[in-house]
Design a protein around this ligand. Structure first.
Ligand code: PEP
Ligand code: MG
Length: 532
Protein backbone atom coordinates (compact mmCIF):
# COMPACT_ATOMS: atom_id res chain seq x y z
CA UNK A 1 0.00 0.00 0.00
CA UNK A 2 1.57 3.33 -1.02
CA UNK A 3 0.70 6.58 0.65
CA UNK A 4 -1.62 8.95 -1.22
CA UNK A 5 -0.77 12.67 -1.24
CA UNK A 6 -3.61 15.04 -2.13
CA UNK A 7 -3.58 18.81 -2.33
CA UNK A 8 -6.70 20.91 -1.96
CA UNK A 9 -7.57 24.23 -0.38
CA UNK A 10 -7.02 25.08 3.26
CA UNK A 11 -10.39 25.80 4.87
CA UNK A 12 -9.57 25.63 8.58
CA UNK A 13 -6.05 25.70 10.08
CA UNK A 14 -4.31 23.08 12.20
CA UNK A 15 -2.77 19.60 11.96
CA UNK A 16 -4.47 16.30 12.70
CA UNK A 17 -3.70 12.58 12.61
CA UNK A 18 -6.47 10.05 12.89
CA UNK A 19 -8.33 7.01 11.67
CA UNK A 20 -10.40 7.67 8.58
CA UNK A 21 -14.19 7.66 8.68
CA UNK A 22 -15.55 7.64 5.15
CA UNK A 23 -18.81 9.55 5.00
CA UNK A 24 -21.73 7.68 3.51
CA UNK A 25 -25.33 8.69 3.58
CA UNK A 26 -26.63 5.43 5.03
CA UNK A 27 -30.32 5.62 4.31
CA UNK A 28 -32.41 2.54 4.96
CA UNK A 29 -34.51 1.10 2.13
CA UNK A 30 -38.16 2.11 2.14
CA UNK A 31 -41.19 0.34 0.77
CA UNK A 32 -43.64 2.73 -0.85
CA UNK A 33 -47.14 2.86 0.63
CA UNK A 34 -48.50 3.08 -2.90
CA UNK A 35 -51.42 5.47 -2.94
CA UNK A 36 -50.34 9.01 -4.09
CA UNK A 37 -52.36 10.69 -1.33
CA UNK A 38 -50.69 8.51 1.31
CA UNK A 39 -47.27 9.05 -0.25
CA UNK A 40 -47.84 12.83 -0.22
CA UNK A 41 -48.93 12.63 3.42
CA UNK A 42 -45.83 10.55 4.25
CA UNK A 43 -43.58 13.15 2.65
CA UNK A 44 -45.33 15.98 4.45
CA UNK A 45 -44.96 14.19 7.78
CA UNK A 46 -41.28 13.51 7.09
CA UNK A 47 -40.64 17.16 6.21
CA UNK A 48 -42.42 18.30 9.36
CA UNK A 49 -40.49 15.83 11.52
CA UNK A 50 -37.16 16.89 9.98
CA UNK A 51 -38.06 20.57 10.50
CA UNK A 52 -38.93 19.93 14.15
CA UNK A 53 -35.71 17.97 14.60
CA UNK A 54 -33.56 20.79 13.26
CA UNK A 55 -35.57 23.42 15.17
CA UNK A 56 -34.94 21.48 18.37
CA UNK A 57 -31.22 21.27 17.64
CA UNK A 58 -31.29 25.01 16.87
CA UNK A 59 -32.80 25.82 20.27
CA UNK A 60 -29.71 24.37 21.93
CA UNK A 61 -27.29 26.36 19.75
CA UNK A 62 -26.46 30.03 19.53
CA UNK A 63 -24.90 32.59 17.23
CA UNK A 64 -23.53 31.43 13.90
CA UNK A 65 -24.52 27.79 14.44
CA UNK A 66 -28.14 28.73 15.16
CA UNK A 67 -28.12 30.90 12.01
CA UNK A 68 -27.02 27.97 9.87
CA UNK A 69 -29.76 25.75 11.24
CA UNK A 70 -32.25 28.57 10.85
CA UNK A 71 -31.36 28.67 7.16
CA UNK A 72 -32.19 24.96 6.90
CA UNK A 73 -35.50 25.38 8.71
CA UNK A 74 -36.39 28.29 6.40
CA UNK A 75 -35.61 26.12 3.36
CA UNK A 76 -37.75 23.27 4.67
CA UNK A 77 -40.62 25.63 5.43
CA UNK A 78 -40.53 27.05 1.91
CA UNK A 79 -43.30 25.22 0.00
CA UNK A 80 -41.45 25.75 -3.28
CA UNK A 81 -38.74 23.28 -2.21
CA UNK A 82 -41.07 20.25 -2.20
CA UNK A 83 -43.33 21.39 -5.04
CA UNK A 84 -41.56 19.22 -7.66
CA UNK A 85 -41.67 16.20 -5.37
CA UNK A 86 -45.43 16.52 -4.77
CA UNK A 87 -45.98 16.86 -8.54
CA UNK A 88 -44.07 13.61 -9.13
CA UNK A 89 -45.97 11.85 -6.33
CA UNK A 90 -49.28 12.86 -7.91
CA UNK A 91 -48.34 10.87 -11.03
CA UNK A 92 -47.37 7.77 -9.07
CA UNK A 93 -43.73 8.25 -8.06
CA UNK A 94 -42.87 7.01 -4.54
CA UNK A 95 -42.33 9.74 -1.94
CA UNK A 96 -38.63 8.98 -1.31
CA UNK A 97 -37.75 8.85 -5.01
CA UNK A 98 -39.73 12.01 -5.69
CA UNK A 99 -38.07 13.90 -2.83
CA UNK A 100 -34.58 12.68 -3.72
CA UNK A 101 -34.89 13.69 -7.39
CA UNK A 102 -36.38 17.08 -6.53
CA UNK A 103 -33.62 17.83 -4.05
CA UNK A 104 -30.84 16.41 -6.24
CA UNK A 105 -31.95 18.76 -9.02
CA UNK A 106 -31.93 21.68 -6.59
CA UNK A 107 -28.51 20.68 -5.22
CA UNK A 108 -26.93 20.42 -8.65
CA UNK A 109 -28.37 23.88 -9.44
CA UNK A 110 -26.64 25.25 -6.32
CA UNK A 111 -23.40 23.38 -7.10
CA UNK A 112 -23.33 24.87 -10.62
CA UNK A 113 -24.08 28.41 -9.42
CA UNK A 114 -21.63 31.09 -10.44
CA UNK A 115 -21.75 32.61 -7.01
CA UNK A 116 -19.59 30.79 -4.45
CA UNK A 117 -22.11 31.74 -1.76
CA UNK A 118 -24.75 29.54 -3.41
CA UNK A 119 -22.29 26.74 -4.19
CA UNK A 120 -21.40 26.75 -0.53
CA UNK A 121 -25.05 26.23 0.43
CA UNK A 122 -25.26 22.90 -1.49
CA UNK A 123 -24.15 21.01 1.63
CA UNK A 124 -27.06 22.48 3.59
CA UNK A 125 -29.48 21.20 0.98
CA UNK A 126 -27.91 17.73 0.96
CA UNK A 127 -28.33 17.73 4.72
CA UNK A 128 -32.02 18.58 4.40
CA UNK A 129 -32.44 15.91 1.71
CA UNK A 130 -30.91 13.16 3.84
CA UNK A 131 -32.77 14.12 7.00
CA UNK A 132 -36.13 13.92 5.26
CA UNK A 133 -35.14 10.64 3.57
CA UNK A 134 -34.12 9.24 6.93
CA UNK A 135 -37.50 10.22 8.36
CA UNK A 136 -39.33 8.70 5.39
CA UNK A 137 -37.61 5.38 5.85
CA UNK A 138 -38.18 5.51 9.58
CA UNK A 139 -34.43 5.40 10.05
CA UNK A 140 -32.12 7.42 12.18
CA UNK A 141 -30.29 10.52 10.95
CA UNK A 142 -27.42 9.53 8.66
CA UNK A 143 -23.67 9.40 9.12
CA UNK A 144 -22.27 9.20 12.61
CA UNK A 145 -18.77 10.36 13.40
CA UNK A 146 -17.07 9.13 16.52
CA UNK A 147 -13.81 9.84 18.27
CA UNK A 148 -11.01 11.80 16.71
CA UNK A 149 -11.61 10.60 13.19
CA UNK A 150 -10.53 12.21 9.96
CA UNK A 151 -13.82 12.50 8.16
CA UNK A 152 -13.32 11.95 4.43
CA UNK A 153 -16.02 12.30 1.83
CA UNK A 154 -17.47 14.31 -0.96
CA UNK A 155 -18.95 17.01 1.27
CA UNK A 156 -20.21 17.15 4.84
CA UNK A 157 -23.45 18.64 6.06
CA UNK A 158 -23.60 21.18 8.91
CA UNK A 159 -25.76 18.92 11.07
CA UNK A 160 -23.42 15.97 10.55
CA UNK A 161 -20.57 18.24 11.57
CA UNK A 162 -22.46 19.48 14.61
CA UNK A 163 -23.31 15.95 15.71
CA UNK A 164 -19.62 15.17 16.24
CA UNK A 165 -17.52 16.18 19.24
CA UNK A 166 -14.59 18.14 17.82
CA UNK A 167 -13.05 18.84 21.21
CA UNK A 168 -11.41 15.40 20.99
CA UNK A 169 -9.49 16.20 17.81
CA UNK A 170 -10.36 15.04 14.34
CA UNK A 171 -10.37 16.83 11.01
CA UNK A 172 -12.17 16.96 7.69
CA UNK A 173 -10.89 16.08 4.21
CA UNK A 174 -13.32 16.71 1.38
CA UNK A 175 -13.29 15.95 -2.32
CA UNK A 176 -15.54 18.95 -2.96
CA UNK A 177 -16.62 21.67 -0.53
CA UNK A 178 -15.70 25.32 -0.22
CA UNK A 179 -13.70 27.41 2.29
CA UNK A 180 -16.68 29.77 2.55
CA UNK A 181 -19.26 27.05 3.27
CA UNK A 182 -21.11 27.04 6.55
CA UNK A 183 -19.22 23.93 7.61
CA UNK A 184 -15.86 25.61 6.95
CA UNK A 185 -16.96 28.56 9.08
CA UNK A 186 -17.98 26.16 11.83
CA UNK A 187 -14.73 24.21 11.55
CA UNK A 188 -12.74 27.42 12.01
CA UNK A 189 -14.67 28.48 15.11
CA UNK A 190 -14.44 24.95 16.61
CA UNK A 191 -10.75 24.56 15.76
CA UNK A 192 -11.18 21.49 13.52
CA UNK A 193 -8.61 21.40 10.67
CA UNK A 194 -10.28 21.15 7.28
CA UNK A 195 -9.11 20.77 3.68
CA UNK A 196 -11.54 21.04 0.77
CA UNK A 197 -11.36 20.58 -3.01
CA UNK A 198 -9.10 17.50 -2.90
CA UNK A 199 -10.70 16.06 -6.03
CA UNK A 200 -11.99 12.49 -6.36
CA UNK A 201 -11.15 10.35 -3.34
CA UNK A 202 -10.60 7.01 -4.99
CA UNK A 203 -9.10 4.38 -2.76
CA UNK A 204 -8.89 1.64 -5.40
CA UNK A 205 -11.48 -0.30 -3.47
CA UNK A 206 -9.60 -0.11 -0.15
CA UNK A 207 -10.68 2.77 2.10
CA UNK A 208 -7.61 4.15 3.91
CA UNK A 209 -7.22 3.50 7.60
CA UNK A 210 -5.12 6.50 8.64
CA UNK A 211 -4.81 10.10 7.41
CA UNK A 212 -2.68 13.16 8.11
CA UNK A 213 -4.40 16.49 7.57
CA UNK A 214 -2.55 19.78 7.24
CA UNK A 215 -5.21 22.48 7.42
CA UNK A 216 -2.58 25.23 7.01
CA UNK A 217 -1.07 23.95 3.77
CA UNK A 218 -4.28 22.38 2.44
CA UNK A 219 -2.82 18.88 2.08
CA UNK A 220 -3.90 15.40 3.12
CA UNK A 221 -1.88 12.18 3.17
CA UNK A 222 -3.83 8.90 3.30
CA UNK A 223 -2.19 5.70 4.54
CA UNK A 224 1.19 7.35 5.30
CA UNK A 225 4.44 5.37 5.29
CA UNK A 226 5.93 4.97 8.82
CA UNK A 227 8.58 7.65 8.16
CA UNK A 228 5.99 10.17 6.89
CA UNK A 229 3.87 9.48 9.96
CA UNK A 230 6.84 9.93 12.29
CA UNK A 231 7.75 13.31 10.79
CA UNK A 232 4.15 14.47 10.91
CA UNK A 233 3.86 13.40 14.56
CA UNK A 234 6.84 15.66 15.32
CA UNK A 235 5.09 18.56 13.63
CA UNK A 236 1.88 17.91 15.59
CA UNK A 237 3.83 17.77 18.86
CA UNK A 238 5.59 21.05 18.05
CA UNK A 239 2.29 22.70 17.09
CA UNK A 240 0.64 21.48 20.32
CA UNK A 241 3.51 22.81 22.41
CA UNK A 242 3.30 26.17 20.62
CA UNK A 243 -0.45 26.29 21.22
CA UNK A 244 -0.11 25.49 24.91
CA UNK A 245 2.49 28.24 25.27
CA UNK A 246 0.30 30.67 23.34
CA UNK A 247 -2.78 29.82 25.45
CA UNK A 248 -0.82 30.52 28.60
CA UNK A 249 -0.05 34.01 27.31
CA UNK A 250 -3.60 34.73 26.22
CA UNK A 251 -4.45 37.03 29.11
CA UNK A 252 -1.14 38.92 28.90
CA UNK A 253 -0.95 42.19 26.95
CA UNK A 254 0.70 41.77 23.53
CA UNK A 255 4.17 43.18 22.79
CA UNK A 256 6.47 42.76 19.84
CA UNK A 257 9.94 41.31 20.52
CA UNK A 258 11.32 44.84 20.35
CA UNK A 259 8.87 46.03 22.99
CA UNK A 260 6.10 47.73 20.95
CA UNK A 261 2.71 47.31 22.67
CA UNK A 262 -0.02 46.07 20.34
CA UNK A 263 -3.68 46.22 21.33
CA UNK A 264 -5.59 43.02 20.54
CA UNK A 265 -9.35 43.44 20.30
CA UNK A 266 -12.13 40.95 19.59
CA UNK A 267 -14.44 40.58 16.60
CA UNK A 268 -17.81 39.12 17.49
CA UNK A 269 -20.92 38.35 15.51
CA UNK A 270 -23.25 38.00 18.51
CA UNK A 271 -23.01 38.36 22.31
CA UNK A 272 -23.03 34.54 22.57
CA UNK A 273 -19.51 34.56 21.09
CA UNK A 274 -18.34 35.96 24.44
CA UNK A 275 -19.79 33.12 26.54
CA UNK A 276 -17.18 31.69 28.89
CA UNK A 277 -14.49 34.13 27.76
CA UNK A 278 -12.33 36.05 30.19
CA UNK A 279 -12.38 39.76 29.21
CA UNK A 280 -8.70 39.89 30.19
CA UNK A 281 -7.75 38.14 26.95
CA UNK A 282 -8.40 41.38 25.05
CA UNK A 283 -8.02 45.13 25.18
CA UNK A 284 -11.63 45.61 24.16
CA UNK A 285 -13.98 44.70 21.35
CA UNK A 286 -13.01 46.05 17.96
CA UNK A 287 -15.96 44.89 15.90
CA UNK A 288 -19.49 43.85 16.78
CA UNK A 289 -21.24 42.83 13.58
CA UNK A 290 -24.90 43.68 14.23
CA UNK A 291 -26.39 41.86 11.21
CA UNK A 292 -27.48 38.93 13.44
CA UNK A 293 -30.10 41.21 14.99
CA UNK A 294 -31.74 41.80 11.64
CA UNK A 295 -32.42 38.29 10.39
CA UNK A 296 -35.63 38.31 8.46
CA UNK A 297 -37.29 35.54 10.45
CA UNK A 298 -37.11 37.66 13.59
CA UNK A 299 -38.35 40.87 11.92
CA UNK A 300 -36.63 44.23 12.37
CA UNK A 301 -35.38 44.51 15.95
CA UNK A 302 -36.94 47.29 18.01
CA UNK A 303 -34.96 49.83 20.01
CA UNK A 304 -35.31 48.03 23.35
CA UNK A 305 -34.16 44.70 21.91
CA UNK A 306 -31.09 46.32 20.39
CA UNK A 307 -30.34 48.31 23.53
CA UNK A 308 -30.45 45.16 25.68
CA UNK A 309 -27.99 43.35 23.39
CA UNK A 310 -25.56 46.28 23.16
CA UNK A 311 -25.68 46.71 26.93
CA UNK A 312 -24.90 43.03 27.49
CA UNK A 313 -21.75 43.38 25.40
CA UNK A 314 -20.67 46.56 27.20
CA UNK A 315 -21.25 44.90 30.58
CA UNK A 316 -19.07 41.95 29.53
CA UNK A 317 -16.26 44.28 28.48
CA UNK A 318 -16.00 45.79 31.99
CA UNK A 319 -15.23 49.34 30.81
CA UNK A 320 -12.91 48.27 28.00
CA UNK A 321 -13.74 50.03 24.69
CA UNK A 322 -16.42 48.36 22.57
CA UNK A 323 -16.87 49.27 18.91
CA UNK A 324 -20.28 48.42 17.56
CA UNK A 325 -20.77 48.60 13.82
CA UNK A 326 -24.07 49.82 12.46
CA UNK A 327 -25.91 47.44 10.19
CA UNK A 328 -23.78 46.22 7.27
CA UNK A 329 -26.44 44.49 5.21
CA UNK A 330 -26.11 43.79 1.50
CA UNK A 331 -23.18 42.36 -0.46
CA UNK A 332 -22.62 38.87 0.94
CA UNK A 333 -25.08 39.57 3.78
CA UNK A 334 -28.55 39.84 2.24
CA UNK A 335 -31.45 40.46 4.61
CA UNK A 336 -34.88 39.64 3.24
CA UNK A 337 -37.19 42.63 3.17
CA UNK A 338 -34.36 45.07 3.77
CA UNK A 339 -31.67 44.64 1.13
CA UNK A 340 -32.33 44.96 -2.58
CA UNK A 341 -33.06 41.65 -4.35
CA UNK A 342 -31.43 40.80 -7.66
CA UNK A 343 -28.78 43.49 -7.68
CA UNK A 344 -26.48 42.65 -10.59
CA UNK A 345 -23.41 43.16 -8.44
CA UNK A 346 -24.41 43.32 -4.77
CA UNK A 347 -20.86 44.03 -3.58
CA UNK A 348 -21.02 47.30 -5.51
CA UNK A 349 -24.61 48.05 -4.64
CA UNK A 350 -26.77 49.42 -1.89
CA UNK A 351 -24.92 47.93 1.09
CA UNK A 352 -23.59 49.09 4.44
CA UNK A 353 -23.96 52.80 5.13
CA UNK A 354 -25.56 53.32 1.71
CA UNK A 355 -28.50 51.16 2.74
CA UNK A 356 -28.74 52.74 6.20
CA UNK A 357 -28.92 56.23 4.68
CA UNK A 358 -31.53 55.01 2.20
CA UNK A 359 -33.59 53.51 5.06
CA UNK A 360 -33.33 56.19 7.78
CA UNK A 361 -36.36 54.81 9.64
CA UNK A 362 -34.38 51.60 10.30
CA UNK A 363 -31.05 53.37 10.88
CA UNK A 364 -32.43 55.86 13.41
CA UNK A 365 -33.76 53.06 15.64
CA UNK A 366 -30.25 51.61 15.81
CA UNK A 367 -28.70 55.01 16.52
CA UNK A 368 -31.13 55.61 19.41
CA UNK A 369 -30.41 52.18 20.91
CA UNK A 370 -26.67 52.89 20.65
CA UNK A 371 -27.00 56.31 22.37
CA UNK A 372 -28.90 54.66 25.23
CA UNK A 373 -26.34 51.85 25.54
CA UNK A 374 -23.45 54.34 25.51
CA UNK A 375 -24.05 55.28 29.16
CA UNK A 376 -23.03 51.74 30.18
CA UNK A 377 -19.44 51.71 28.98
CA UNK A 378 -16.84 52.98 26.53
CA UNK A 379 -18.95 52.60 23.41
CA UNK A 380 -17.75 53.65 19.97
CA UNK A 381 -19.91 53.45 16.88
CA UNK A 382 -18.55 52.54 13.47
CA UNK A 383 -20.05 52.99 10.01
CA UNK A 384 -19.43 50.31 7.34
CA UNK A 385 -18.65 50.81 3.64
CA UNK A 386 -17.95 54.53 3.84
CA UNK A 387 -16.70 55.88 0.49
CA UNK A 388 -17.14 59.67 0.71
CA UNK A 389 -17.11 62.18 3.62
CA UNK A 390 -20.73 63.21 3.08
CA UNK A 391 -21.90 59.73 4.15
CA UNK A 392 -20.18 60.16 7.51
CA UNK A 393 -21.49 63.71 7.84
CA UNK A 394 -25.09 62.68 7.14
CA UNK A 395 -24.86 59.79 9.61
CA UNK A 396 -23.29 62.09 12.22
CA UNK A 397 -26.15 64.58 11.79
CA UNK A 398 -28.69 61.80 12.33
CA UNK A 399 -26.81 60.57 15.40
CA UNK A 400 -26.82 64.12 16.82
CA UNK A 401 -30.55 64.43 16.17
CA UNK A 402 -31.41 61.11 17.81
CA UNK A 403 -29.16 61.88 20.78
CA UNK A 404 -30.79 65.34 21.12
CA UNK A 405 -34.27 63.83 20.91
CA UNK A 406 -33.58 61.27 23.64
CA UNK A 407 -32.01 63.88 25.90
CA UNK A 408 -34.96 66.21 25.45
CA UNK A 409 -37.21 63.39 26.64
CA UNK A 410 -35.04 62.84 29.71
CA UNK A 411 -33.85 59.39 28.56
CA UNK A 412 -30.42 58.35 29.91
CA UNK A 413 -28.08 58.51 26.91
CA UNK A 414 -24.69 59.62 25.61
CA UNK A 415 -23.39 60.55 22.16
CA UNK A 416 -20.78 57.90 21.26
CA UNK A 417 -17.75 58.79 19.14
CA UNK A 418 -18.44 58.01 15.48
CA UNK A 419 -15.75 56.38 13.36
CA UNK A 420 -15.59 54.77 9.95
CA UNK A 421 -14.55 51.47 8.49
CA UNK A 422 -11.94 51.93 5.82
CA UNK A 423 -12.80 49.20 3.35
CA UNK A 424 -13.31 51.11 0.11
CA UNK A 425 -10.07 52.23 -1.61
CA UNK A 426 -11.55 55.75 -2.06
CA UNK A 427 -11.73 56.11 1.73
CA UNK A 428 -8.24 54.67 2.27
CA UNK A 429 -6.71 57.05 -0.26
CA UNK A 430 -8.43 60.11 1.24
CA UNK A 431 -8.82 59.05 4.89
CA UNK A 432 -7.66 62.44 6.10
CA UNK A 433 -10.71 64.08 4.51
CA UNK A 434 -13.09 62.29 6.88
CA UNK A 435 -14.05 63.87 10.18
CA UNK A 436 -13.97 60.44 11.83
CA UNK A 437 -13.29 59.80 15.53
CA UNK A 438 -11.34 56.68 14.50
CA UNK A 439 -10.60 54.44 11.53
CA UNK A 440 -11.01 50.69 11.44
CA UNK A 441 -9.65 48.95 8.38
CA UNK A 442 -11.95 46.27 6.96
CA UNK A 443 -9.29 44.31 5.13
CA UNK A 444 -11.77 41.74 3.76
CA UNK A 445 -13.56 44.31 1.67
CA UNK A 446 -10.56 46.60 1.16
CA UNK A 447 -8.70 43.65 -0.37
CA UNK A 448 -11.50 42.57 -2.66
CA UNK A 449 -12.12 46.10 -3.92
CA UNK A 450 -8.42 46.87 -4.39
CA UNK A 451 -7.62 43.59 -6.13
CA UNK A 452 -10.94 43.30 -8.00
CA UNK A 453 -11.10 39.74 -6.65
CA UNK A 454 -14.27 38.82 -4.78
CA UNK A 455 -13.83 37.53 -1.27
CA UNK A 456 -16.13 34.55 -1.89
CA UNK A 457 -14.99 33.25 -5.28
CA UNK A 458 -12.51 30.41 -4.90
CA UNK A 459 -11.15 30.78 -8.44
CA UNK A 460 -9.67 34.21 -7.60
CA UNK A 461 -8.63 33.37 -4.03
CA UNK A 462 -4.94 33.81 -4.87
CA UNK A 463 -5.53 37.41 -5.95
CA UNK A 464 -7.63 38.14 -2.88
CA UNK A 465 -4.48 38.72 -0.84
CA UNK A 466 -4.21 41.35 1.89
CA UNK A 467 -0.43 40.89 1.77
CA UNK A 468 -0.34 42.38 -1.72
CA UNK A 469 1.79 45.57 -1.68
CA UNK A 470 -1.12 47.59 -3.09
CA UNK A 471 -3.38 46.67 -0.17
CA UNK A 472 -0.58 47.17 2.36
CA UNK A 473 0.06 50.62 0.87
CA UNK A 474 -3.58 51.59 1.42
CA UNK A 475 -3.39 50.33 5.00
CA UNK A 476 -0.20 52.34 5.55
CA UNK A 477 -1.76 55.50 4.14
CA UNK A 478 -4.76 55.09 6.47
CA UNK A 479 -2.41 54.65 9.44
CA UNK A 480 -0.60 57.81 8.38
CA UNK A 481 -3.89 59.74 8.14
CA UNK A 482 -4.78 58.58 11.65
CA UNK A 483 -1.37 59.70 12.92
CA UNK A 484 -1.78 63.14 11.35
CA UNK A 485 -5.29 63.58 12.68
CA UNK A 486 -4.44 62.08 16.08
CA UNK A 487 -7.09 59.36 15.93
CA UNK A 488 -6.84 55.60 16.46
CA UNK A 489 -6.45 53.22 13.53
CA UNK A 490 -7.21 49.53 13.92
CA UNK A 491 -7.67 46.61 11.54
CA UNK A 492 -10.64 44.27 11.98
CA UNK A 493 -10.66 42.16 8.80
CA UNK A 494 -9.69 38.47 8.74
CA UNK A 495 -6.09 39.36 7.79
CA UNK A 496 -5.54 40.37 11.42
CA UNK A 497 -5.80 36.70 12.40
CA UNK A 498 -3.56 35.46 9.59
CA UNK A 499 -0.25 35.19 11.42
CA UNK A 500 1.64 34.95 8.12
CA UNK A 501 0.78 38.64 7.69
CA UNK A 502 1.47 39.91 11.22
CA UNK A 503 4.95 41.28 10.43
CA UNK A 504 3.75 43.02 7.27
CA UNK A 505 0.70 44.51 9.00
CA UNK A 506 2.68 45.86 11.93
CA UNK A 507 5.23 47.27 9.47
CA UNK A 508 2.49 49.60 8.17
CA UNK A 509 2.45 51.24 11.60
CA UNK A 510 -0.71 49.52 12.84
CA UNK A 511 -0.78 49.10 16.62
CA UNK A 512 -4.28 47.64 17.04
CA UNK A 513 -5.63 44.39 15.56
CA UNK A 514 -9.09 42.95 16.08
CA UNK A 515 -9.65 39.20 15.59
CA UNK A 516 -12.11 36.45 16.50
CA UNK A 517 -11.67 35.06 20.05
CA UNK A 518 -10.22 31.75 18.86
CA UNK A 519 -7.36 33.58 17.12
CA UNK A 520 -6.21 35.68 20.11
CA UNK A 521 -3.62 33.29 21.57
CA UNK A 522 -2.02 32.53 18.20
CA UNK A 523 -1.93 36.21 17.27
CA UNK A 524 -0.35 37.31 20.55
CA UNK A 525 2.34 34.64 20.09
CA UNK A 526 2.98 35.85 16.54
CA UNK A 527 3.21 39.47 17.70
CA UNK A 528 5.79 38.43 20.27
CA UNK A 529 8.01 37.12 17.45
CA UNK A 530 7.87 40.34 15.39
CA UNK A 531 11.15 42.25 15.42
CA UNK A 532 13.08 39.40 17.04
C1 PEP B 1 -14.09 43.64 6.43
O1 PEP B 1 -14.59 43.91 5.33
O2 PEP B 1 -12.88 43.41 6.59
C2 PEP B 1 -14.93 43.55 7.62
C3 PEP B 1 -14.41 43.41 8.83
O3 PEP B 1 -16.27 43.57 7.44
P1 PEP B 1 -17.11 42.29 6.94
O4 PEP B 1 -16.19 41.13 6.86
O5 PEP B 1 -18.20 42.13 7.95
O6 PEP B 1 -17.60 42.78 5.60
MG1 MG C 1 -16.60 44.69 5.27
Amino acid sequence: MTEIHLTGRAASPGLAIGPVTVLTAAIAKRTAIGDPAQEAAALQAAIEAATAEIAELMSTMQGEVADILEFQVAMLEDDALAEGAYDAISVGVAADHAWRSALDAEISGYRAAEDEYFRARAADLADIRDRVLARLSGGDTPAKITGSSIVAGDDISPTTFLAADWTRGGAIALAAGSPSSHVAMLARTRGAPMVVGLGPLSWNGHPPSLALVDGDAGTVIFDPEPETLRLFEHRVAAANAARTAADAGRTEPAHTADGRPIAVLLNIAAPEDLAGLDPKICDGIGLVRTEFLFEASRGLPDEDTQYAVYRRILDWAEARPVTIRTLDAGGDKPIKGLTVDDERNPFLGLRGIRLSLARPEVFRVQLRALCRAAVHGALKVMLPMIAVPSELDRAAAMLDEEFGGLKAKGVACARPPLGIMVEVPAAALRAEDFDAAFYSIGSNDLTQYTMAAARDIGAVADLNDTGNPAVLALIASTVEAGRKRGVEVSLCGDAGADTRLTTALLATGLTTLSVSPIAVARLKAAIARVGS
